[in-house]
Design a protein around this ligand. Structure first.
Ligand SMILES: Nc1ncnc2c1ncn2[C@@H]1O[C@H](COP(=O)(O)OP(=O)(O)OP(=O)(O)O)[C@@H](O)[C@H]1O
Ligand SMILES: [Mg+2]
Length: 489
């Protein structure tokens, strides 16, 4: 007999209790996996991911709450039901805080357990349906690198990072603004043998030209006016580590020459100094400029270009890998959630569609900002289309609602947005209107709205009752009666 019901993991150090739970659950067709401790359970979820977990709170060794916290990390999609013998509010709050689906007091009767299990499974089905295949949570281990992307282009980048990180090879990272150049540079460092030594980032575009040499190579006391003490440069400070020269395309030709010497000789000279100093750094550079073109125009030294461009990592713009958007958003929610910045952790399908349709000139950074803002604005745990910034929804190509005519009579609710807006703004208008009316009037709200709508139709048609009744879908006689009573006021 095949059994298609999802399996349930029962974690309890009491064998008798495991046995009775197994009997109840398997009598209803659920396969049961047993664990005698939290430690054992964590081993099990490495291999299997049972959708529902029944977890005893009081256990020898790792407690239920502790196990819960570990399980949430190792098996974030699992619905965990905590079983507590001596239920206190404290445990209940803790359980929910750490992400339990629900909790149940012992001793419990079989129907209660069964109905909770059914509820948990139903909730999984609801989530799947709401997400329409979009998986709201991924195993946090997938995100350890901080670089997210399943697209072929990003996979190529990630594989290249893996291949070259441990060698000392010079890497040039190119890509539009916000595509993750600095992130990749840091990742290269973290995976290199230099990981324990410093990672020093220098934004070449942010340092004035007359200061950059001293910034990079340091200076001796008295080297120039204002040089009151000796100062070590970034190259020296970075000794043994990775120096990341960001916006290298914005570096003046004179500085380029000095960088070239530092790379070729492996030594630097402080400004105003006489001797040379050996430095051992790995060089990673980045730019959003077209260096090949700059070389052709002689604004970038060709010999330096070849030194920097040993391994090239091209970061694709987000619009060329839109399939990564769901994963990135999910990652961002997790990160924001972990920092307790936002509660939202999923996107409504329409919101995701809008994100996928948008062009993302600011790439991942822009997406990150949008998600942060939307997460703050969102009421519950789902970001709706209307929570997204307007520049994103405006370009989303949704059917445009015909413009609302300017009111001929004084407006009840002002300002009422007019002009072509996306469909969802319509609900916003009604939402605003409704709330305002609720707050300001005890009268029949419908009558107020009706009056305003009739007034507008009459104004638009220059008091033509026939035309107005057609617009409003109202019987002409009824309209006339209402219009007369309005006139009478
Ligand atoms: N693949 C990615 N996965 C997760 N986060 C990413 C990814 N790419 C970029 N980010 C995030 O987007 C933001 C911008 O990335 P980063 O600063 O590395 O971009 P950049 O290319 O250096 O931009 P700029 O050219 O403007 O300096 C960062 O917060 C980074 O963590
Ligand atoms: Mg950058």
């Amino acid at each position: 007999m095949t059994n298609n019901l999802p399996s349930i993991l029962v974690i309890d150090d009491d064998r008798d209790l495991r046995y009775s739970l197994r009997r109840v659950l398997s009598a209803h067709g659920y396969p049961v996996i047993e664990a005698g401790s939290g430690e054992e359970a964590l081993e099990i979820v490495k291999k299997q991911k049972p959708p529902v977990v029944l977890l005893d709170n009081r256990m020898e060794g790792m407690s239920g709450i502790e196990t819960l916290q570990h399980l949430r990390g190792a098996h974030p999609d699992g619905m965990i039901i905590l079983m507590t013998a001596f239920g206190t509010t404290q445990t209940a709050i803790e359980a929910m805080k750490y992400g339990a689906f629900d909790y149940v007091m012992k001793p419990f009767d079989p129907p209660k357990i069964l109905s909770l299990v059914e509820k948990a499974l139903q909730s999984i089905r609801d989530q799947d349906a709401a997400g329409r295949g979009y998986k709201p949570l991924l195993n946090s281990a997938d995100y350890q690198e901080g670089i997210v992307g399943n697209s072929e282009a990003m996979q190529t980048v990630i594989k290249t990072i893996g291949r070259v990180a441990a060698s000392d090879v010079t890497v040039l990272i190119t890509g539009e603004s916000g595509t993750g150049k600095e992130l990749v540079a840091r990742c290269l460092h973290q995976h290199s043998l230099r990981a324990k030594a410093p990672f020093v980032a220098v934004n070449c575009a942010a340092i004035p030209e007359n200061l950059i040499e001293s910034e990079l190579f340091g200076h001796e006391k008295g080297a120039f006016t204002g040089a009151n003490a000796q100062k070590l440069g970034r190259f020296e400070l970075c000794d043994g580590g990775t120096i990341f020269l960001d916006e290298i395309g914005d570096m003046a030709l004179a500085t380029q020459t000095k960088i070239l010497r530092a790379i070729q000789e492996g030594e630097i000279q402080r400004v105003g100094g006489t001797g040379t100093i050996k430095v051992n750094v790995r060089l990673v550079t980045a730019t959003n400029k077209n260096l090949e073109q700059m070389v052709a125009q002689k604004t970038f030294r060709e010999d330096l270009y070849y030194r920097l461009n040993v391994v090239r990592l091209r970061l694709p713009p987000l619009r060329e890998r839109k399939e990564d958007i769901p994963l990135l958003v999910d990652f961002m929610f997790q990160r924001l959630g972990a920092r307790r910045k936002v509660k939202a952790n999923r996107l409504a399908p329409e919101a995701l569609e809008a994100l996928v349709r948008y062009d993302w000139p600011g790439n991942v950074r822009e997406l990150e900002n949008a998600i942060h803002r939307a997460g703050v604005v969102a009421r519950g745990d789902t970001v709706l289309l209307k929570d997204l910034p307007p520049e994103i929804t405006d370009s989303s190509g949704l059917p445009v609602v015909p413009p609302v005519r300017p009111a001929a009579t004084p407006s009840l609710v002002s300002p009422l947005p007019t002009g072509g807006k996306v469909a969802t703004e319509q609900t916003d208008i009604f939402d605003m209107l409704y709330k305002q009316l609720r707050a300001t009037s005890d009268e029949n709200i419908l009558a107020i709205v009706e009056e305003q709508i009739i007034r507008r139709a009459l104004a638009e048609t220059h008091h033509n009752h026939l035309k107005s009744s057609k617009i409003l879908g109202m019987n002409r006689a009824t309209l006339k009666k209402r219009a007369d009573s309005l006139d009478a006021r």
